[in-house]
Design a protein around this ligand. Structure first.
Ligand SMILES: [Zn+2]
Length: 191
């Protein structure tokens, strides 16, 4: 019985260590960010990074690099018409993450689309996909969400009011925001 208890405790310790270590994060500061210039999303994206920086400045902060330093960027933003790079075909944004053995980020890519598709029943009664534009308010929230993934929040919040909730609530009257909980999570990641 004693042996089983010890084994059980050891197993618990192993599991909790695994969780504790599984916190992808940056070990460089500032994090260099490349945002394609002269796009109608450029300014919005920059603001989204600055909002995260403002809320978490003691944890992670950024510098924006221009085109000739693009290869030095730690996070590269891509503006695309439709997000063929994402797992879900109607996703507005997604983030591809590369980490090393120590769980530090190596390079992250954020993809932001200007159009998404929605399923609709067509005139012939068959389902069809229609392209729908995305409001700048909604795309800004997606930008904040994807940056959250690119700087240390691997999973999703269970709070529907959080910007890190798995789904966009698409409610401009009650928009999802970076919550105190999200900020605390970031500080824990970089503690
Ligand atoms: Zn997400």
């Amino acid at each position: 019985m004693k042996k089983i208890c010890i084994l059980f405790i050891m197993l618990l310790l192993t599991i909790s260590t695994a969780f504790a270590l599984s916190k992808p994060r940056w070990d460089v500061r500032p994090v260099k960010v490349y945002i394609p210039p002269n796009h109608y999303y450029t300014h919005l994206m920059k603001n989204a990074f600055l909002q995260w920086q403002d809320k978490t400045k003691s944890a992670v902060w950024f510098v924006f690099v221009n085109e000739n330093k693009q290869k030095d960027a730690h996070i590269t933003v891509h503006f695309v018409e439709k997000n063929v790079n994402c797992e879900k075909e109607n996703a507005i944004g997604c983030t591809h993450i590369q980490t090393n053995d120590e769980d530090f980020y190596v390079h992250n890519d954020i993809y932001i689309a200007s159009k998404t598709t929605r399923n609709k029943i067509g005139k012939n009664g068959k389902p069809e996909k229609i392209e729908v534009p995305i409001s700048s308010e909604q795309v800004y929230r997606v930008m904040l969400h994807e940056i959250g993934h690119a700087i240390g929040i691997h999973g999703h919040s269970l709070n529907p009011n959080s910007i890190m909730y798995a789904y966009s609530n698409n409610n401009d009257n009650n928009p999802q925001t970076i919550t105190e909980e999200d900020i605390q999570f970031m500080h824990n990641v970089y503690r």
